[in-house]
Design a protein around this ligand. Structure first.
Ligand code: ATP
Ligand code: MG
Length: 565
């Protein structure tokens, strides 16, 4: 392998093997791929698999990858989606350079080629309704029946097709169909529809057309126009490949692209179908396409997931023809692994309980009186340290205290000493309660000799807890996200909406952050020590909120370790 450059060394799968062989045998001079989204929704992490494959293969083999919008159905497509898709592909880390294309750029050429098929008696105008088309098409076990219009003469077909373009007919009144084989075992070859009438405004071509090509007709020809060499798509198009090839073979296209199919990405506990995602958005089960609960790229971005973690995740998936589900826990694992290396550590208290250190000097209101050094990221010495204010009054996590500690609870309790992270040892000396008997504050003493977190006499404590100095604390709202669905296979028993996890979002409105978080950039996740990774975002009313990207416990790594052990 040594000495190879830009030949995709390393990664092996059937697609890269094919490309390597094509380049080696001189069948193609240079690799050209494309990512072809239909602008009818936002991209999700399933698309990331296709994006990373198409752009990745082009990079590895020194070729190029196009971004092409498959905008052939104006009734479902919008400019908003076109913009969001470009933003998301860029965010994921890929660049199409000057190669941004639209199937609609080719409408005129595609139309001319349709006339070419008519003239060579390989296409005809059919007057069957959509319902009739379905019954004539047959089934997997029964052959189809030829349309009564199949033998129309070229001149009549041309005349009708031109009038279809001119707007003479209503939606659905006529179609243009390829004349292939109504008895074919492959339903896609039973005289498939190439054009349908749709009086709909197109986001790019406006009202110029009322006749739109189908996906099958537009896709391969667009590939050929752009000189795409390897047209990579998901398995549901496998049965369409004979049609793809038939069209390329029967049209005067400038190049001969080939289609290869790989299995789609499916992930547990979520849905990766634009139809279902659209339904969640439209029916307001989520706040929008970029709701941090969703597996959309924009939702993952708002949750604080770094694009590199998504690329890492996708890189671990097999590019193959076998279908199956990938555990959400694997994605989570990749996110944690990335953030563990790169995220800064900060302290935050989500459910605050006041701790008053009675023997700490009281400098009056505003009282933080010293700043302690805290390490920004123990995994990355280059991240340095910061100063954290400490004072007489602190916030600690309510669940880090138990008045009557249960067995195995080693954190704060009456009379017990623990370490405050980066600060001192403290011992709880008293509990304050309100009339209802609820704990309102704790009293404690600290040992000034333990500054930095170690006792010079070598005595040990069993727990370290985090804290925030009350005088300088930043109030915050934190949103804890859980999986959007409560079962791994939403919809397996019927309506997927019934499987929505009612507890997918918990909002904590009374959190306290250390002051360094006040000007932390939005969208860049940090670790709240002991709690998980969080990232600043803005809520619908424009207020700052913090989204939990992910908790700290890595169930996937633990399961793997068990499996190996
Ligand atoms: P959906 O099924 O979610 O509606 P789609 O296939 O209709 O998605 P397109 O915009 O047509 O969405 O997809 C663009 C490209 O992304 C296609 O080549 C498609 O094969 C690929 N793709 C879509 N979903 C996945 C997935 N889950 N895994 C891998 N590739 C995918
Ligand atoms: Mg599609």
């Amino acid at each position: 392998m040594s000495g190879e450059t830009a030949t995709g060394e390393g990664v092996r799968d059937f697609i890269r093997d094919t490309i390597r062989a094509d380049l080696g045998a001189g069948r193609v001079a240079s690799v050209v791929t494309r990512f072809p989204p239909e602008p009818n929704g936002y991209l999700h992490i399933g698309h990331a698999k296709s994006i990373c494959l198409n752009f990745g293969v082009a990079q590895e083999f020194g070729g190029r990858c196009h971004l092409r919008f498959d905008d052939t159905n104006p009734t479902k497509e919008e400019q908003e989606y076109i913009d969001a898709i470009q933003r998301d592909v860029r965010w994921l880390g890929f660049d199409w350079g000057p190669h941004l294309y639209y199937a609609s750029d080719y409408f005129e050429r595609l139309y001319e080629w349709a006339e070419h098929l008519i003239k060579s008696e390989k296409a005809f105008v059919c007057d069957l309704t959509a319902e009739e088309l379905r019954t004539y098409r047959g089934t997997l076990t029964e052959p189809g029946r030829p349309s009564p219009f199949r033998d129309r003469q070229v001149a009549e077909n041309l005349d009708l097709f031109r009038r279809m373009r001119a707007g003479a007919f209503a939606d659905g009144a006529r179609t243009l169909r390829a004349r292939i084989d109504m008895a074919s075992g492959n339903i896609n070859l039973r005289d498939p529809v190439l054009y349908r009438i749709l009086h709909a405004r197109h986001p790019r071509t406006g009202d110029a057309w009322c006749l739109y090509p189908t996906y099958d007709y537009a896709h391969g020809q667009s590939d050929a126009i752009e000189g795409v060499t390897h047209s990579l798509c998901t398995l549901e198009f496998e049965d369409h490949r004979p049609l793809y090839d038939w069209l390329v073979d029967n049209l005067p296209v400038p190049a001969r692209p080939r289609q290869y199919e790989f299995s789609r990405l499916n992930i547990t506990h979520t849905v990766l179908s634009k139809r279902r995602l659209l339904q969640l958005v439209q029916d307001r089960h989520v706040a929008g396409w970029d709701d941090p609960c969703l597996p959309t790229l924009s939702g993952l971005r708002r949750r604080g997931v770094p694009p590199a973690a998504i690329r890492d995740f996708v890189g671990r998936l097999a590019i193959s023809k076998s279908t199956g589900e990938v555990e959400m826990a694997l994605l989570d694992h990749c996110v944690r692994e990335n953030l563990n290396r790169h995220a800064l550590r900060r302290m935050a208290v989500l459910r605050p309980l006041k701790l008053v250190i009675e023997n700490y000097p009281d400098r009056g209101p505003g009282g933080a009186i010293e700043e302690l050094d805290a390490v920004n990221n123990p995994e990355d010495p280059g991240a340095g340290t910061r100063r954290v204010p400490f004072g007489r009054e602190l916030w600690i996590e309510r669940e880090d205290f138990m008045e009557s500690p249960s067995k195995g609870f080693f954190r704060l309790a009456p009379g017990r000493e623990v370490r405050l992270r980066w600060a001192y040892f403290v011992t709880c000396t008293g509990v304050e309660k309100n009339a209802a008997g609820e704990i309102t504050a704790l009293r404690a003493t600290y040992d000034p000799a333990t500054k930095g977190g170690d006792a010079p006499d070598g005595r040990k404590v069993k727990a370290t807890i985090h804290w925030v100095a009350a005088a300088r604390a930043v109030p915050a709202t934190v949103r804890l996200y859980d999986t959007l669905f409560s079962r791994p296979d939403p919809g397996a028993d019927g309506d997927f909406l019934a499987d929505i996890n009612p507890a997918s979002l918990e909002v904590l409105a009374d959190c306290r952050l250390e002051p360094a978080l006040a000007d932390h950039p939005a969208g860049v996740a940090v670790q709240f020590e002991r709690l998980g990774y969080f990232c600043r975002d803005t809520d619908a009313g424009g207020r700052a909120v913090w989204n939990r990207t992910i908790g700290l416990r890595d169930t996937w790594a633990r399961e793997q370790a068990k499996g190996r052990g």
